[in-house]
Design a protein around this ligand. Structure first.
Ligand SMILES: [Zn+2]
Ligand SMILES: [Zn+2]
Length: 337
């Protein structure tokens, strides 16, 4: 079978790999789609070489079809599934607290251990969730980032009437905005990429473009109060510096982006207004279930986010295009091609 092998920074090669054999409690999956996300772009640039082995197989935003599953598992050949890539120990303090996705020995399939960028893949049935037939393969591949968004929105408790500002209108920022809007919040998205601004506006989201002063925008729409909740989804130090400035007294800031380096943020604002700052990472089972339900009901449209679908052999070029920015939202790999 074909698999895409990571060969170090800038290198992915399609290789002929042995067919994986499912262990106890595992299903054999035929992978259909794998999304490329920001984490994969970090891997591509070699930033995660301390986690991703040479010769490893990436891909954590997956959609697959069951080839075979253990009897009594509730899954059968032909079932369409997404895979929660979290691997947790079940015994550490975080796991015992219920934060299994923050396990102190956390591993993620597609980062630390074998992921879905290959034709066939074995995974424990406990990590599989069924996808309704009303969602096509491309939409199903965007359920993983939607689970990130449902987690992020849930963690800060967005509710009806909240004013929410999202810094960054890439796939995760757009999904957070749509999930928050679905909860009855008034949402605006700060974005500089003109293609993404156009797409966000097609999704009827209010945008704050590069020609608009963010502070002034917030000042105007909130009558000087500040927004209830702000999400930092850019990873850009300038946005992180601004994010505490735009939030009201007792408001909440959520850090969703990966800031690999320590950077300045305005802690005076945190003190002055008694702000709460949350981190938000990955997802729990209930976040996946909510994501599937929001996707299936059409409450959060996923198809518009898919810019294009590429064959497995074109993974390196797909990464380069995503890194270059420009007119790109989500790129999916069609592993069957
Ligand atoms: Zn991802
Ligand atoms: Zn653990």
């Amino acid at each position: 079978m074909r698999a895409s092998s990571y060969g170090g920074a800038g290198r992915f090669t399609t290789v002929d790999a042995p067919m994986p054999k499912p262990g106890a409690g595992e299903a054999l999956l035929r992978v259909r789609r794998v999304g490329i996300c920001g984490t994969d772009l970090h891997i591509f640039q070699g930033h995660l070489d301390h986690r991703v082995p040479k010769g490893g197989v990436i891909g954590h935003e997956t959609f697959a079809e069951v080839v075979g599953a253990p009897r009594g598992s509730g899954f059968d050949a032909g079932d369409r599934v997404v895979v929660d890539p979290v691997v947790s120990c079940g015994a550490c303090r975080a796991c015992r607290m219920g934060a299994t996705y923050l396990c102190q020995k956390l591993k993620v399939r597609g980062v630390d251990v074998t992921g879905g960028m290959q034709e066939y893949w074995t995974v424990p049935v406990t990590q599989m969730l069924r996808v309704p037939d009303t969602l096509n393969d491309d939409q199903a591949a965007v359920i993983e980032p939607l689970a990130v968004a449902t987690h992020d929105v849930d963690r800060v408790g967005v509710k009806r009437g909240d004013r929410v500002l999202v810094f960054g209108g890439g796939p995760i920022g757009a999904l957070i905005a749509m999930v928050a809007r679905g909860r009855g919040a008034e949402v605006a998205v700060v974005e500089i990429n003109p293609y993404r601004i156009g797409l966000l506006e097609e999704l009827r989201l209010t945008t704050v473009g590069p020609d608009i002063d963010v502070h002034k925008f917030v000042e105007t729409v909130t009558d000087g109060d500040g927004v209830d909740i702000a999400f930092e989804v850019t990873g850009n130090p300038a946005a992180a510096r601004m994010v505490t400035d735009v939030v009201r007294v007792w408001g909440t800031v959520s850090i969703v982006a990966i800031h690999a380096e320590p950077i300045p943020i305005n802690l005076y604002r945190m003190f002055e207004r008694e702000l709460t700052i949350h981190g938000a990472r990955l997802y729990a089972r209930r976040d996946w279930e909510e994501a599937i339900q929001l996707a299936a009901s059409g409450a959060v449209p996923l198809a518009p986010l898919v810019t294009r679908t590429i064959p497995l052999d074109a993974l390196r070029q797909g990464m380069e295009q995503a890194l270059a920015g420009g007119p790109v939202m989500k790129i999916l790999v069609d592993v069957t091609r």
